[in-house]
Design a protein around this ligand. Structure first.
Ligand code: PEP
Ligand code: CO
Length: 452
């Protein structure tokens, strides 16, 4: 049975908005059904091949972007900033860890959020919780918080605009490796991470000049392969954007290259897993600290029955202090089962806490410690630490504490701008890339130049 036949509609769907107006919802869904694909099935297949290399231990996944994209944040400046940070991180990882990096944005569709409660109370007033710009507005007013199906179309258009920019940047010269210094321009003097990056960029420059002098100028130096991803949460968005591919006759969700199912909606008998089963895109699933090996095996059976490398990525988010205990049984049992999944570390969602001032934050050191634990576990088991999944922005926000610039809890109010979870700023993201590159090298996967 395919999505078009609707087997996923029989299963319970968690975390869906209470749309107040069925007619308007119907009209929005019908319009989405008529709109062109945002990505193409062939591109999804290509990403699946790249992720197969990750699963085999031959490449590293860098996946990241906002916790929640916003319509207001869909500007050239903001998209370019995120892309620039992603490219800088990828260059650091590629060069310092000598590993091909598969670059996937949490971008161009990350407009819906799962929440722990359906409503929020402030000053005695109870309103529907903010579920992402694709559903309602962040402002705490009845009008903004009322779910509006018209927003599904706005999410589609903002995704299209973002993808258009990403495609232009990726292929139009901005991502050319000879721009490694330009990406860093306004950043060098202000930050230790920027200075460290500048030194690495200098080495890359010399390497490129050397290759050029030898007569080599590969296409890969002039453009990057960039993919989009978001949480497949709103089935009223994902279903109408699921289309039959004319080449293969199979269903693809053309809203993004990779879709992931969140920790809160990954129930094996739920609508989200049933939906994901039926699409041919590469799929990821988030696994939190309560995940049992039996659940993982059931997810592998449901989503990757043929044990096809690249089809399934498992993103673990256990928390810095628990990853060493909780991850090994999941990896061991999956390996024993013959699974060929890519294992990726989300060091953000298991390490969130609230400051006395009421701000959600994360410590850079906890983020790092979870990645370190993830690497240790995989080293001990002889499996591949396949990548990181992070929340970051290209701006100098103050949402996570610590890092090279040592953001303090008292600094958080200065630039706390996220619509949902706290993100690493540009300097913290680069710091993380250098440290992860070091861990990857130590893991013994590759010999790489010393850039410390
Ligand atoms: C997220 O990635 O923003 C998220 C909600 O993650 P998780 O499903 O792991 O909680
Ligand atoms: Co988040």
């Amino acid at each position: 049975m395919t999505v078009s036949q609707g087997s996923d509609r029989c299963a319970p769907a968690l975390q869906q908005p209470d749309w107040p107006d069925p007619d308007r919802l119907g009209a929005a869904v019908a319009r989405l059904e008529s709109l062109p694909p945002l990505v193409f099935a062939g591109e999804c297949d290509q990403l699946r091949e790249r992720l197969a290399a990750v699963a085999r231990g031959e490449a590293f996944l860098l996946q990241g972007g906002d916790c929640a994209e916003t319509f207001a944040g869909t500007t050239a400046e903001s998209v370019r900033g995120k892309l620039r940070t992603l490219l800088q991180m990828a260059v650091v990882l590629t060069y310092a860890a000598s590993v091909p990096v598969v670059k996937v944005g949490r971008m161009a569709g990350q407009f819906a959020k799962p929440r722990s409660a359906a409503t929020e109370i402030r000053g005695g007033v109870e309103l529907p919780v903010y579920r992402g710009d694709a559903v309602n507005g962040l402002e705490f007013t009845a009008a903004a918080r009322n779910p509006d199906p018209g927003r599904l179309l706005d999410a589609y258009h903002c995704s299209a605009v973002t993808l258009n920019l990403c495609r232009a940047f990726a292929g139009g010269g901005y991502a050319d490796l000879r721009q490694v210094h330009a990406w860093n321009q306004d950043f060098v003097a202000r930050s230790p991470a920027g200075q460290r990056y500048e030194r690495l960029a200098g080495e890359i420059d010399r390497a490129i000049a050397f290759m050029h002098a030898c007569g080599a100028d590969p296409d890969e130096f002039h453009a990057v392969e960039l993919y989009s991803s978001h949480e497949a949460l709103l089935l009223d968005y994902e279903r109408p954007l699921t289309r039959i591919d004319s080449r293969t006759g199979l269903d693809y969700d053309v809203s993004a290259h990779l879709l992931w199912i969140g920790e809160r909606t990954r129930a094996i008998d739920g609508a989200h897993i049933e939906f994901a089963r039926q699409i041919r895109n590469p799929i990821a699933v988030k696994l939190g600290p309560r995940t049992t090996p039996a659940e993982v095996l059931a997810l592998i059976d449901a989503l990757d029955p043929h044990r096809e490398p690249g089809r399934l990525t498992l993103i673990t988010r256990m928390g810095a202090d628990r990853v060493r205990d909780l991850l090994p049984p999941l990896v061991e049992k999956s390996a024993a089962d013959g699974a060929q999944v890519a294992w990726v570390c989300d060091p953000m969602h298991g390490n969130t806490f609230e400051t006395p001032g009421g701000q959600k934050t994360r410590r850079f050191d906890d983020v790092l410690a979870e990645v370190a634990g993830f690497f240790e576990v995989h080293r001990a088991l002889g499996t591949h630490p396949g990548g990181i999944h992070i929340e970051f922005t290209g701006d100098d926000v103050t949402e996570c504490v610590g890092g090279g610039q040592n953001v303090a809890e008292s600094d958080l109010p200065q630039r706390y701008e996220t619509a949902c979870d706290p993100r690493l700023n540009r300097g913290q993201s680069l710091d993380l890339a250098f440290l992860v590159a070091g861990m990857y090298r130590q893991h013994g996967v590759n010999e790489a130049p010393d850039v410390s």
